[in-house]
Design a protein around this ligand. Structure first.
Ligand code: ACO
Length: 343
């Protein structure tokens, strides 16, 4: 019988050897959307906009908005419970939670620790990452590295947001774009659990560029204004950056995985705008039917958008075991990244 060293106790050589053989495999995914739905027609009663304008410029028709008293952690817990059930994993088997959010319940502690407590976990480690709309890709990359280096065996990776709380509901150029929700995946170290090691996270690529701050930011923060602020954005400039950066990072991710765009079964893009999604697909030469689109009924849920879309496409049978799936996202900072996964 072999005895596994305690998590975090591998020496450098053992960690390196493990990283080259272990893959982080997606064992299950789940999502949750708040009950309340807000249509474009509802928004046209608040600001000078129309269903036609929003659909034509963004593809969005409806978004979900959290109820009063419903926080990011509540959405995250529901998505996590569903992901754990899909993976057939009990919460006490999880030794790592990485939660991506821009809209934490509180300034501290991390929303991830609220989720940890509500799932009944009394061990392991839980923390938040902040990369706005790219948050889930960043969280997935962090968890993947923990698993491959032997610092965890089972991780919950969550993207959860109540972006409605940081919108300026008088600014028609931003308030029509976003929604609330959460998605989660269970990642398991794919060695010694009977699964083939060619399945799992094949590569991740992350970037940031602080020079683009003024194109997309919140107008406040704890340290500067003692308030959360609201979303401010130069939409057309963000749009241009998004198509270029997302196409480039998908290519990088594919190269890292030793694949080309011809190997892609599905792209699960960040759901910001239908025209961005189509622009990236076109640049990569991908047929539209290989791209998962949920922006019409979720809008932009920031860090939650990729796991929400992934869960939908796994749930309805489009994404199947062994499919090569590319996830990509870009957000404020700018931050952007891609993950290539064999399901
Ligand atoms: N309803 C009606 N008119 C509007 C609205 C609205 N909701 N919002 C803006 N307009 C007006 C503008 O005031 C402008 O009027 P003007 O010509 O009289 O000045 C006109 O519509 C055109 O505005 P643009 O901003 O040039 O419109 P554009 O076609 O670029 O669409 C949009 C705007 C949808 C924001 C687009 O630029 C976009 O999607 N950008 C990407 C931003 C994004 O998705 N960010 C999310 C975070 S980052 C990310 O996730 C990638």
């Amino acid at each position: 019988m072999s005895i596994r060293p305690p998590a975090g106790m591998l020496d450098a050589a053992a960690a390196q050897a493990r990283a080259s053989t272990v893959r982080s495999q997606i064992a299950g995914c789940g999502s949750y959307l708040p009950e309340r739905m807000v249509t474009n027609h509802d928004l046209a009663k608040l600001v000078d906009t129309s269903d036609e304008w929003i659909v034509e410029r963004t593809g969005i028709r409806v978004r979900h908005v959290a109820a009063e008293g419903e926080f990011t952690s509540h959405l995250a817990v529901k998505a996590s419970e569903r992901a754990l059930a899909a993976a057939g994993t009990k919460a006490d088997a999880v030794d790592l939670i990485v939660l991506a959010t821009t809209t934490p319940d509180e300034t501290f502690p991390a929303t991830a620790t609220r989720v940890q407590e509500r799932l009944g976990m009394t061990r392991g480690v839980a923390f938040d990452v902040q990369a706005v709309c790219s948050g889930f890709i960043f969280a997935l990359a962090v968890a993947d590295n923990f698993l491959r280096l032997g610092q965890a065996e089972t991780a919950l990776v969550i993207g959860a947001e109540t972006f409605s709380r940081i919108l300026d509901w008088q600014d028609r150029s931003t308030c029509v774009l976003f929604g609330d929700g959460a998605g989660a995946v269970v990642l398991k170290a794919g060695r010694g659990n009977g699964l083939p090691t060619d399945r799992g996270v094949l590569s991740t690529r992350l970037h940031s560029d602080g020079r683009q701050h003024d194109l997309l930011y919140a107008s406040g923060g704890v340290s500067s204004t003692k308030t959360a602020g609201v979303v401010r954005m130069d939409g057309p400039k963000v749009f241009k950056h998004a198509v270029e950066k997302l196409s480039a990072v998908v290519e990088e991710g594919l190269t890292g995985a030793g694949l080309t765009s011809a190997d892609i079964d599905w792209v699960v893009p960040h759901q910001a705008n239908r025209r961005i999604i189509d622009g990236v697909g076109k640049k990569l030469g991908l047929p539209g039917e290989r791209v998962v689109v949920t922006v019409d009924h979720h809008a932009n849920t920031s860090a939650a958008s990729v796991p929400l879309a992934l869960t939908e496409a796994v749930g309805d049978g489009r994404i199947k075991p062994n499919d090569v799936v590319v996830m990509e996202a870009m957000g404020g900072g700018f931050t952007w990244g891609a993950a290539v996964v064999r399901m």
